[in-house]
Design a protein around this ligand. Structure first.
Ligand code: AMP
Ligand code: ZN
Ligand code: ZN
Length: 407
């Protein structure tokens, strides 16, 4: 009896030691692993079914592909890149649209307003590169949204310049991956503005957009090949994502805001098709709301009326009235600015045209694994896991994406 108890005790102890060893060695492995995450703006989830994308298909075969990556509302560039970086929905990190107004600061924000764009006061939450830096992990970025903001920089960063050719960005990433170990970043975040631009100009089904999609795929293939040729290739995870998809629009489906809110009214309008945030005071709030409610093909909400699944409306920056067009519809301020035919995004993420891509390959990812569609808030905890660091508290949940990684 005593002997049996002794055996049981030794067995339990052995199992415990083995468990500690396994967790330590996987945390140890992660300390040596590098993650490269590349965002291709507006790369819609199903472009690989519309044209040939051999590089992405190869990555799906060698690693993981998600059915789709679900953007956060509004499905715009700045809100979503910063959601991927922070694990927070736009209402929580504060970039509630590509342009908005902050009533407390009494300041507008927009992509073209450089004072605002570089001002850290607009950027809430803790982006992954800051979490990593705080825990001693070196980080680098080639143009990820937020990385050129004052006092918010990774160790290596660049001021955004859309003209920088894609091949130059790839060569630089490879150069970073070849740095001596002590200088080498273990998190690299990169960005390119296509196929978003072509998608806007021509729409998601046009052959010119699909040509750009193939060119982006070739760039992905080039980077993947160069990563595979590195001596430390088996320690590099490579993730390709997008911020949102792209939906077809037509000049025949356009609502003009000024038809409902005359210019003479003291009402401020921020945003761009199909998302607007409207700021008014006193009786003008109700006048604007009542007038807009009469417009067809758009949704008009007071902040408290926004459907709960959109997680939007608690942040003061959203304004007094939130407007979003129904899918495939555009909104312009005036008749003269009427939106043309092509594509756009910003719509309700339940519209699958807004869904983006997620592909990943490397030592921590399963092979030939298809992950169900998931929300982009879960990428932050995934990155923290890959880097072996403690994540900040966010809206994301590692458990939602844990099946795609090897454990
Ligand atoms: P969107 O209107 O949502 O399609 O925004 C896409 C635009 O955002 C692209 O034309 C990019 O040039 C621009 N963009 C992306 N990242 C940055 C950045 N870090 N700084 C400034 N502009 C950016
Ligand atoms: Zn975008
Ligand atoms: Zn866009």
């Amino acid at each position: 009896m005593i002997r049996n108890n002794y055996r049981l005790l030794s067995l339990t102890l052995l199992c415990f030691i083995a468990f500690i060893h396994a967790t330590n060695s996987s945390a140890q492995d992660k300390k040596n692993h590098t993650t490269v995450i590349l965002s291709l703006d507006g790369f819609r989830w199903d472009y690989p079914t519309k044209t040939a994308t051999p590089a992405l298909n190869r990555i799906a075969h060698d690693g993981v592909k998600a059915v789709s990556l679900i953007p956060s509302f509004p499905s715009k560039t700045f809100p979503n890149h910063y959601t991927i970086a922070t694990g927070l929905v736009p209402d929580h990190h504060g970039l509630v649209n590509n342009s908005f107004y902050d009533p407390k600061l009494n300041k507008p924000y927009s992509l073209s307003n450089k004072d605002a764009r570089f001002n850290p006061v607009f950027y809430g939450g803790e982006p992954i590169w800051i979490t990593a830096q705080k825990q001693g992990v070196k980080t680098a970025s080639f143009f990820w949204v937020g990385t050129d903001v004052d006092n918010l920089h990774p160790d290596i960063w660049k001021k955004y310049n859309q003209q920088t050719p894609f091949p130059e960005r790839i060569d630089t990433i490879v150069k970073w991956l070849k740095l001596p170990l002590a200088e080498r970043p273990r998190l690299i975040m990169a960005y390119y503005h296509e196929p978003d631009e072509s998608g806007h100009n021509y729409g998601p089904d046009d052959k010119r957009t699909l040509k750009t999609v193939r060119e982006m795929d070739q760039m992905v293939g080039k980077l993947y090949q160069q990563i595979k040729e590195l001596p430390n290739a088996d320690s590099i995870n490579f993730i390709i994502v997008a911020d949102h998809g792209m939906g077809a629009i037509s000049s025949k489906r356009n609502i003009v805001l000024r038809d409902y809110i005359p210019k003479s009214w003291p009402v401020m309008i921020q945003g761009g098709t199909p998302n607007f945030n409207i700021y008014a005071s006193g009786v003008w709030k109700d006048s604007a709301y009542t007038a807009l409610k009469k417009a067809p093909h758009i949704q008009v909400w007071k902040p408290a009326e926004v459907p709960a699944y959109l997680n939007y409306g608690k942040n003061q920056r959203v304004g007094d009235i939130i407007v979003v067009a129904d899918s495939a519809w555009s909104i312009s301020l005036s008749k003269a600015e009427k939106e043309g035919t092509g594509g756009t995004h910003g719509y309700d993420p339940r519209n699958t045209d807004m869904h983006a891509i997620f592909y990943a390959v490397g030592p921590d990812f399963k092979k030939n694994y298809v992950q169900p569609s998931f929300q982009n808030i879960h990428i932050y905890p995934l990155l923290a896991y890959l880097l072996g660091i403690q994540p900040a508290k966010t809206d994301g949940d590692l458990q939602q994406v844990i099946e795609m990684v090897k454990r």
